[in-house]
Ligand binder design. Structure first.
Ligand code: GLU
Length: 450
């Protein structure tokens, strides 16, 4: 376990420009588990500075997906409400000489990049804009050019001890000064994220590995704005079972799709929490079990393989272990009305909670029996014990039937199962029989719909 001095404050910061998929859900989950484990708080931050691509509908969907997973947030923040803070940080950086206007067009930048590459040099921005005089800038602006703004990196190594990747360093001399503000005045993600992390007292930034390259510049930004950087933990990307990137398939791995397929939220969490660790992936009966065992230090550095088949299997096993109290609010009302005995009888035979409804007519009718051997079933009906029926009734009845007919095994049981359930397989008959009851059982043995 990592020792955490002050109570941690973490954030999950999706952009509401699409639905959450298993990749983002993993970052959300690990942040939430980490906060709960250490008694800290979990902030949902909607990174909606991109007003064209962000939508209210996606923001609502994200909230719904997180609620479905059971990841409740302690605080909700939206970047679109915080532009005044970003502008203040911008002014502060400009005053300190760390943010400077640049006038190159994308074509000019591309041309310079290619020229450097052709000479075998790294394509780092040459800071030509720093050499512009006031007169140069005035002329460029008179030509109608609008500046974009770059953050002046300090040269040298930036180091941090990544809670997943271990000691890291990025040589900022080999990086281009990052653009923080576009020519149209809009902010890229880098600055608002740091301003918010400072404002909300974020202690740990837990996010995907695709942000490792931003981290050096962000650490310098924290310092330029007078703050100590938080701790960082970068989670390796998810790949498919074949080891290839999931990015193209992520669209079909949205939480909304998984939910529509009847996948259990708890199974999604159990899998994502353990993926890429050496710990076994197994069903859990609550998120608390995952809270108790979460440890960022156990997440490996290698890409974690995500297999849908594994999720499906884990989801089924999760359903098989759900208690009646946990599942009751989600059961079809007719299935819920049949109570705990019904749920315990059938849960091992369904893949999805919704499938419980398939067994309702089998227990309470009406159901058309499948009759294979009417004479044998007539004998069986004659031996039906009187009610009340219990879990022991099936054994007593079929033992008596075996003694009187000489039948055993499949020849004894199969015609009974077919008559009473019309199916080839299913739950233990010992558990179903008392639920079906004597009247319906007798009728079905006679071939009547009951
Ligand atoms: N909005 C960013 C993203 O979705 C947040 C990254 C971060 O956690 O810093 O990638």
């Amino acid at each position: 376990m990592n020792t955490v001095a002050a109570l941690p404050v973490v954030r999950f910061a999706p952009s509401p420009t699409g639905r959450l998929h298993v990749g983002n859900a993993r970052a959300a989950l690990l942040n939430w588990l980490f906060a709960r484990r250490h008694g800290g708080s979990f902030i949902l931050r909607l990174d909606d500075t991109d007003r064209e691509r962000s939508t209210e509908a996606f923001a609502r969907d994200i909230e719904e997906d997180l609620r479905w997973l059971g990841l409740h947030w302690d605080r909700l923040e939206r970047q679109s409400a915080r532009f005044a803070d970003y502008d203040a940080a911008r002014d502060r950086l400009v005053a300190a000489g760390r943010l400077y206007p640049c006038y190159e067009t994308p074509e000019e930048l591309e041309f310079r990049r290619k020229r450097l590459l052709a000479r075998g040099r790294p394509p780092v921005y040459d800071r030509a804009a720093l050499r512009l005089t006031d007169a140069d800038r005035a002329r460029l602006e008179a030509e109608g050019r609008k500046p974009h703004w770059r953050f002046l990196l300090e040269s040298g190594d930036v180091r941090w001890n990544d809670l997943v990747r271990g000691p890291q360093h990025i040589d900022e001399s080999s990086q281009s000064d990052p653009v923080l503000i576009r020519a149209d005045g809009t902010y890229l993600y880098t600055l608002p994220s740091v301003v918010d992390d400072i404002a909300f007292g974020i202690t740990h930034v837990i996010r995907g590995e695709d942000h490792v390259t931003n981290t050096g510049a962000q650490i310098q930004l924290f310092r330029a704005l007078g703050a100590e950087p938080p701790a960082f933990a970068h989670l390796p990307l998810l790949t498919g079972a074949d080891g290839r990137s999931l990015s193209k398939r992520l669209g079909s791995l949205s939480l909304a799709d998984l939910r529509a397929q009847g996948i259990e939220a708890l199974a999604v969490c159990a899998l994502l929490a353990r993926l890429g660790t050496a710990d076994p992936v197994e069903p859990v009966d609550s998120l608390q079990t995952l809270v108790d065992s979460v440890d960022l230090g156990r997440v490996g550095r290698a890409a974690a393989r995500f297999a849908e088949e594994e999720l499906r299997a884990l989801s089924q096993r999760t359903v098989h272990g759900l208690s009646f109290a946990a599942v009751k609010p989600r059961l079809d009302p007719a299935a819920a009305a049949l109570g705990e005995a019904f749920w315990l009888a059938i849960r091992g035979n369904i893949a999805r909670v919704a499938d419980a409804a398939d067994w309702v007519p089998i227990v309470q009718g009406p159901m058309q029996p499948a009759i294979e051997d009417p004479a044998f079933l007539e004998q069986a009906a004659a031996l039906l014990p009187p009610e009340p029926w219990t879990g022991a009734t099936w054994k007593a009845w079929t033992s008596a039937l075996s003694a009187s007919t000489g039948r055993k095994g499949r020849a004894l049981f199969h015609p009974l199962r077919r008559a009473l359930t019309a199916r080839e397989q299913g739950p233990e008959m010992a558990a179903l029989l008392p639920l079906i009851g004597r009247t319906r059982t007798a009728a079905r043995l006679r071939g009547e719909t009951a």
